[in-house]
Design a protein around this ligand. Sequence first.
Ligand code: AHR
Length: 655
Amino acid sequence: MKNICKVLSISCLLSLSLSAYSQQQAYEFSLDTKKVGAPIKSTMYGLFFEDINFAADGGLYAELVKNRSFDFPQNLMGWNTFGKVEVRKDNPLFDQNPTYIVLSNPEHPHKRTGIENEGFRGMGFKQNEAYRFSVWAKTENSNEPQKIRIDLLDAKNDILVTQYLEINSSDWRKYEVNLTPKATEPKGRLRIFLDSKGSVALEHVSLFPVNTWKGRENGLRADLAQALADIKPGVFRFPGGCIVEGTDLDTRYDWKKTVGAVENRPVNENRWHYTFPHRFFPDYYQSYGLGFYEYFLLSEDMGAEPLPVLSCGLSCQYQNEKEECHVPVKDLGSYIQDALDLIEFANGLPTSTWGKVRADMGHPAPFNLKYIGIGNEQWGEEYIVRLEPFVKEIRAKYPDIKIIGSSGPSADGDKFDYLWPEMKRLKVDLVDEHYYKDPKWFLNSAKRYDNYDRKGPAVFAGEYACHVPNRDNNFESALYEAAFMTGLERNADIVHMCTYAPLLAHVDAWQWKPDMIWFDNLTSVKTPNYYVQQLYAKNKGTHVMSVTRNNTSISGEDDLYASAVYDKDENCYIVKIANTGKSSKEINITLTGLKKNSSLSLGESFELKANNLNIVNTLESPMNIIPQKATAKIEGNILVASVKPESFSVYKIQQ
Ligand code: AHR
């Protein structure tokens, strides 16, 4: 008996000391519910879109035909021709896209005339889905009706579907027919035969899936647009990036060329076609089919604030060192007018000049634009002297529009240090910061905004991504972004927007990586970085809460990073924890200051985790890393969680 008691007391002592040990091991976090912090802007988590990596033409923009108007400088780029095909520009139908082609009788009963389009690294066709073929056409040199035959082909040259169109007028008219391929093909082609004895002129040859996002004719690829919308972005920045500036002034993004009839939007060179000689894409142009109207519409559809960025009159400063490459300050008038006209295009009455353009395109209601960016990654005095008149004139005419200025291409250094005080002096509303940095920087920068000046402009973290050398979009990069973002969220009183970059990349035609979503012609894959953005955006709450350990913010000590928010609409607290260490962490989060009788429960909680930091999601295996349900216990006013090694968790505590 004595012995049994001895054994029991030893084991009691052992378990007591073990529990004391494990209690010692638990990390005690505290969240004072009485201290509700700054409101979180609806724009806090958003999207940055740039036509890089074939993100627009060949990507989000659902058009399948490359060089549809034959107006690339090499008029037949993307096309194979056979028989008698002539390139013409006389008496054009569309003055800004003047080129068209004429197919004529090859003058031998066994020969054929026609053209084939290769698409953007092929065309993706889905079995039993309809594709809308359209073309502007007329008979040439006679009133005799002519016939064309349209085939969709697979990669082996087999025909997936055929249709015919009769061209029955010598005046330009638009003809349309739907084609439904009998099989799915990722690398298809479009072929058009002249199928009669005369001649026919063709212009703006187009092929769209009927099933675009929201079913729009000049629409977006459904899976990609849905992936963007599923993030629930609060802001949508467009059209870039460096393409705003252009390699030279001629190739800058000129929004006025991107609105109105789609057939008459002139082709522009895409600067990413030659930016990197080791990733050279000579067939990369902007059709502007996805233009400013479409960007505004997409923002509206996603419930995101539109944020256009315009040229400030400086062409890319990396590539243009001489002053004469830029617009002289005295000649900035038309550039400033572009900004004022854009605000009118977005918000003006349908009776105003630019409001009418919007209304005629199908949107009489305003888009309710609130923000405008002037300049992308600009720097130096040459930027300031240009930005200043923009600010003056925009403020004078549209005092409510918030203006975003740049802090240059990097997160620190001379350019950055010069620009921030200048931004304060010019009283811009937000300053755009960019950081493409290594893991160490991301982990060390979670406190970046803790001591930022609260009296000046707010921060727009407009482009950022963790670049792990030689490892693309792996879980490591996503985890470190998640850790860093706790610092953005904790400082949401000053950080009003953040957008990961770049957004989209075609697996066969990318120039820059990592990127948030990868795609081929048929499918797409969301990276772990996507899921981090989505977890933040869908759990952004309405107010910052302070979650602390030993009265200090949790931003790296013992590999732990944390932030918390209150969501007044759902009456819940949301705590985000990144554990970048190799061991799991027992964490108790004590909620103090709760109302008497309040009872807490665990709401929908998630964790993002991989067995190995190098794991990626791929087109073939897109679900390697996806948010999983996280478990935790609520004990009274304490959330008790076991946070896995190298994981990012989001806990919702419901009241
Ligand atoms: O996101 C890719 C590029 O990075 C952007 O175009 C530019 O702003 C930055 O340098």
